[in-house]
Design a protein around this ligand. Structure first.
Ligand code: SAM
Length: 208
């Protein structure tokens, strides 16, 4: 099992509200968590980065996946905490309610996706190194992981690292989640922030 590297403080992955995530996500939130201009930039990025024959896993998903509406992908699966949100997400072919902080193992076969996305949610993972090991496992060779971040968060549920570190260091720590698996050939950070609106910082990893 892939654990946190010892040089990173345990405190980085603690949060103010350590109660079960089921409580926090019991009610659906049919809202957007970033500005429309930021969503537009993310959708435009997906238009460049994803291909129609990709099998996509939207981890930490809700009622929207921000995928380009005109593109039909081979498969889009979603995993998140709220059943009503996932049921309303028109992009998902299938979904599962699953708490990654209780159980970092992903309920999917090895090499069953070409792309894994995590949008404005990576800050809620308390066991990220185990989750990213699983992401590497479910990605097929040459697969990509795309983590999209911004500056808004639920402060009681985000781990302290994402509240203390600069945006650059938040990108570095997400790249470290990927590199620590030793399965990603390269990682890159991209700033696709709109001129006006919430920032959009992306970390993309390519599997060997
Ligand atoms: C701010 S919302 C973002 C939702 C969506 N990705 C979007 O772009 O709108 C945070 C999401 O993280 C998911 N999440 C939070 N804690 C989780 C956990 N422990 N396991 C799985 N998903 C979690 C929730 O289901 C929620 O949909």
């Amino acid at each position: 099992m892939n654990r946190k590297p010892p040089e990173l403080p345990d405190q980085f992955f603690k949060r103010q509200d350590e109660s079960g995530d089921e409580l926090f996500y019991v009610h659906p939130r049919f809202e957007t968590h970033i500005d429309d201009s930021t969503i537009d930039n993310l959708t435009a990025f997906y238009r460049e980065a994803l291909k129609p024959d990709d099998r996509v896993l939207d981890l930490m998903s809700s009622w929207i996946s921000h995928l380009p509406p005109e593109v039909r992908y081979q498969q889009v699966s979603g995993l998140g905490m709220n059943e009503a949100e996932l049921a309303r997400n028109e992009r998902l072919d299938d979904y599962v309610v699953h708490n990654l902080n209780d159980e970092p193992s992903l309920p999917y076969e090895d090499a069953s996706f070409d792309v894994v996305t995590i949008v404005v949610s990576v800050q809620y993972l308390t066991r990220p190194f185990e989750v990213f090991e699983e992401i590497a496992r479910v990605l097929a060779p040459g697969g990509r992981c795309i983590v999209a971040m911004s500056h808004r968060l639920f402060p009681t549920k985000a781990v302290y690292a994402f509240q203390m570190l600069s945006p650059e260091d938040r990108c570095r720590i997400v790249a470290a989640y990927m590199k620590n698996t030793e399965q990603f050939e390269e990682t890159e950070s991209l700033d696709r922030s709109p001129p006006v609106g919430d920032p959009l910082w992306l970390v993309r990893g390519h599997l060997y």
